[in-house]
Design a protein. Structure first.
Lengths: 313, 185
């Protein structure tokens, strides 16, 4: 959080210095851009904290449950069960009417947490598998992942916006006469900052998210005492995956499985380890099966596929 | 020298307060978890007459089994204490499982929306009961462990904390065949 505000301070000061000639007699008496950037940072942070969950839910088109629909009633029952198993209060439940199977948890603490699943997930999974997914989301709530992830989501949006703004200002004034008067060395850090900041922020979100996904899988197994349910759910989600149109780069790390369906998530290796928002799905499934006592060699796709056959029978 | 003595007394005092408060907090959480179980039990008692009433018309030849469920329910309702309740609940779970297994033989029963709704209600109640019990037992383990390990056991015995009882599952239930109550999709 502090880093976030400091970062905005640096950008604001740099913009002041380079474009507006502040801190010199000729420029404005007041560092306008610094104050603006700081104000923007503060308001984004506050908004992220108080309204972040609702903003994320609204961006996904999440709607309240309709208890007339049997599937929704079943979902509510499953969430109640998992709230009991984890010993936390009942979260708010939302459904997003989208065919892509996915789920996420958001909120700032366990009292105002919310779980959102897609309609696709409800039709694709049976009760046991839904239970595994909900247990995974409850684990995010209980392990205090949701606050960080929600904040990162909203702040990431802010940073991307600001860096776009800075970049445009920079290229736009390339031909301007102001540039000539300052040493080009001064531009380098600003340029780097602007170019790399979204990447750095995203790397941070991803690193946090990937470790927490493993932990949430393990905690889910502890709640349901049934790691096989979540493993089968992940298999079905993997096989039935399609891009979730309403998810964006800012919200991707919140989901149980990468909604943007980037190739990286299916690979393993150093680069994928660095850039993917989610750990390799095969590895997660294999680890869950191992917990269930059905040993599976990790990174071997053929045997994991073999278990699909078992499931169908 | 005096200073060191005071420092030791201070540290020990802090330890006593925090350990005592930790034990009390755990005891309250155990009690709260037990109340959660009671809520589920109450819900189960309320649902069973509904189930029996609904399936009675269809299951002409299974009156014995249904009667057993009703008996088990009334016995469970009068049971007192954690151990007795746990035993009565096990009997009830078994007789209910038998009814669910028998329901598979009546296709017209599975086609009725009423029955399906009721079945989902009972499934979730059974699950909630199981999860509430699991959470309760986890807490009891934590609480009892804290009372028995050194050094917090000294405090526990001075302030007379009692170990809590597990809501245990007797051998009979673990030997039961698994009945999957969910509807395949």
């Amino acid at each position: 959080m502090g880093c976030f505000i400091l970062f905005f301070f640096a950008i604001g000061t740099a913009v002041d210095y380079l474009y507006l000639d502040a801190f010199t007699p000729a420029g404005p008496a007041f560092p306008v851009a610094t104050v603006l950037a700081l104000g923007f940072a503060a308001s984004t942070t506050l908004t992220a904290y108080y309204r972040g969950a609702d903003m994320i839910l609204a961006s996904l088109g999440a709607e309240k449950l309709n208890l007339q629909i049997p599937e929704h009633r079943e979902l509510q029952n499953v969430v109640t069960e998992m709230a009991l198993a984890s010993g936390s209060p009942m979260p708010r439940i939302f459904v997003s009417f989208d065919p892509a199977p996915n789920a996420l948890a958001t909120g700032t603490n366990e009292k105002n947490a919310a779980i959102c699943v897609t309609a696709g997930l409800l039709t694709l999974l049976n009760r046991e598998e839904t239970q595994g997914v909900i247990a995974h989301e409850m684990s995010h709530i209980r392990n205090d992942d949701i606050l960080l992830m929600t904040l990162v989501s909203v702040l990431l949006g802010g940073i991307v916006l600001l860096s776009d703004w800075g970049r445009r200002g920079f290229y736009g004034s390339q031909s301007g006469r102001r540039m000539g008067r300052k040493s080009p060395l001064l531009f380098l850090p600003l340029l780097l900052l602007i170019a790399l900041s979204p990447l750095i922020a995203q790397l941070l979100a991803m690193a946090v998210s990937r470790q927490r996904e493993y932990l949430a899988d393990a905690t889910a197994a502890q709640y349901t005492r049934n790691p096989g349910g979540l493993a089968r759910a992940l298999e079905r989600i993997r096989d039935g995956a399609m891009p979730f149109s309403k998810a964006s780069r800012g919200t991707a790390h919140l989901f149980i499985m990468d909604p943007l369906r980037r190739r990286l998530d299916e690979r393993s290796g150093a680069l994928a380890d660095l850039l993917a928002t989610h750990p390799p799905i095969e590895r997660r499934i294999a680890l869950l099966y191992r917990m269930a006592g059905i040993a599976q060699p990790i990174e071997d796709r053929s045997t994991v596929q073999g278990s699909n056959v078992q499931r169908v029978q | 020298m005096i200073f060191v003595l005071w420092a030791i007394i201070f540290v020990v005092g802090i330890w006593i307060i925090s350990t005592y408060n930790g034990l009390v907090a755990l005891r309250l959480r155990v009690q709260n978890a037990w109340r959660q179980i009671e809520v589920q039990l109450k819900r189960r008692y309320d649902l069973i007459p509904n189930l029996v009433e609904t399936v009675k018309g269809y299951m002409q030849y299974e009156q014995d089994t249904l009667q057993k469920v009703i008996d088990a329910r009334s016995q469970a309702m009068t049971s007192k204490g954690i151990k007795e309740t746990a035993e009565a609940q096990t009997a009830l779970t078994q007789s209910l499982g038998k009814v669910f297994a028998l329901m598979e033989n009546y296709p017209e029963l599975k086609a009725s929306k009423n029955v399906l709704d009721l079945q989902e209600e009972l499934t979730t109640t059974e699950n909630q009961l199981a999860f509430a019990r699991q959470y309760y037992n986890d807490l009891v383990t934590q609480y009892n462990t804290k009372q028995q390990v050194f050094p917090s056991n000294t405090l526990a015995s001075v302030f007379k904390f009692q170990p809590s009882e597990f809501f245990s599952v007797p051998e009979a239930e673990t030997a039961l065949p698994k009945v999957n109550l969910s509807l395949t999709r």
